[in-house]
Design a protein around this ligand. Structure first.
Ligand code: BEZ
Length: 159
């Protein structure tokens, strides 16, 4: 079932690049007692994600953080090496580049889709969320292929 406003973020472990390589990080560490602006993409370095979605959050990161957001999270079904390389390529120092390489959180949220037609296997649908202390307050799931309701600019309307 697809996640909805009012639901809690399920418990699981993701990966993030640390000083000495990929490190596990739990959803509890990310979301508990924090206000989090999260956006999820089908794939690092893909055109829609690299030309529009991530750059929108990079450009607006200071404004988003100034609204009391503790973390801006970019989530994708990719490994931590790829997520770190993508963040470096996009000057996304202000964004936590989170790897859901096993598609675990994406599946638990009910937002995976079959991207095997692109040779990409199981991936995340594109969406953004505002999460406060682990509870989903805003959920903007894209119905189509582009970046529209899940954009940084649209999520900012809710902050
Ligand atoms: C994109 O441009 O975001 C994209 C391209 C192919 C598959 C999935 C996403």
């Amino acid at each position: 079932m697809t996640v909805k406003v009012g639901d809690s973020i399920p418990s699981c472990t993701l990966m993030v690049m640390g000083e000495s390589g990929p490190q596990p990080i739990t959803t509890s560490e990310i979301f508990d007692n924090h206000k989090v602006a999260l956006f999820a993409v089908p794939g690092a370095f893909t055109p829609g994600c690299s030309l529009t979605h991530l750059p929108g959050f990079v450009a607006n990161a200071d404004k988003i953080l100034a609204k009391g957001v503790d973390h801006i999270v970019c989530l994708s079904v990719n490994d931590a090496f790829v997520m770190a390389a993508w963040g470096k390529d996009q000057n996304a120092e202000a964004i936590m580049m989170l790897a859901d390489g096993n598609c675990e959180l994406t599946e638990l949220l009910g937002v995976s889709f079959d991207a095997s037609g692109f040779g990409m296997g199981k991936r995340s649908q594109r969406y953004s969320m505002l999460v406060e202390n682990g509870v989903v307050k805003v959920f903007n799931l894209e119905a189509g292929a582009g970046v529209d309701v899940s954009s940084a600019e649209n999520l900012m309307q809710a902050l």
